[in-house]
Design a protein around this ligand. Sequence first.
Ligand SMILES: [Zn+2]
Length: 342
Amino acid sequence: MMPSGRVQLDLFDPVMPAPVAPRVPAPPAPASTPIAPAPAVPPAAPVARPAAPPAPPSIPPSRPPATQASRVPTPRPPPLPDGARWRETGTEQQSIGYVLLRSRRRSIGFVIGDDGLRVTAPNWVTLTQVDEAVREKSRWILSKLRDWHTRQERLALAHTRWQAGGELPYLGRRIQLQLGTPPAAEAGAARPANPRAMQAIYTGDPELPQDGDTLWLPLPPDADHARIRDSAQAWLQRRAAQWFDVRLNVFLDRSGLRINRWRLSSATTRWGSCTSDGNISLNWRLIHFAPDIIDYVIAHELAHLREMNHSHDFWAEVGQILPDYEAARDVLRKHAPGDLPG
Ligand SMILES: [Zn+2]
């Protein structure tokens, strides 16, 4: 127990030893019954990996499963260098896309650059041998690609501009800001019933955002940056309140844990907190991140209801609530709330 009875998750969480293999997760409680403490779960038989819990019923089927481990995206760069080809190799962890170049060098080389992974191989090496080399090095490659991807995200965050055409990360996607109301054709069903209502309009599905979706803010074309930021943040905070509430309830149902209440925070140094009397706060800026990152923070804070520390038992608890949380945790460790727009 921490002396203050208050434990916070923040960027400066000390690096913890690898958690023990997570136990088999408790089955989700039926949604209609009151939340009761979870039954004690016996340690798992020594299997390598517990099965993920069944998808909770309250998640729309279109949403990615909560327990999906973070994949490192390896997008194909639009123009390939001269003489290069795009190739994807399946590995134990995930498929890795890369630019393959032939050269006169004598060995296979791996470089992570602006376009992601670039593999250079001698002319006489077969594609099968290249695949084998990528698979053999996949752990190193994915760790470097993950760092690279985090750097790219940071750059994108640093470039958010509070202006028409500015881009903003929302649930891990890049959405665009515009002022006024969308052209009728674009708005489609998203158009408000009362066209005079001054409300933001999202062209796309705010539950399943895609890169390039647009958030139309009800502001005049000459609105200054501060007004644009305030308006965009008000929308983001409303979305955060809804999204976090749904996800929190999914995890409460699944784990049988109870909380007293939760609220949005706007701390600049931490993502969430949990007090010993069951009050949870979640930083609204988490709404910028992909759903699995948000799930991780929620699972982390809920695990503190059982373990008010960052011990082995605590991480086992996190793993029980959210198996395969490690990649999401590692991504978040590289960001501070203060780095995010606004
Ligand atoms: Zn913590």
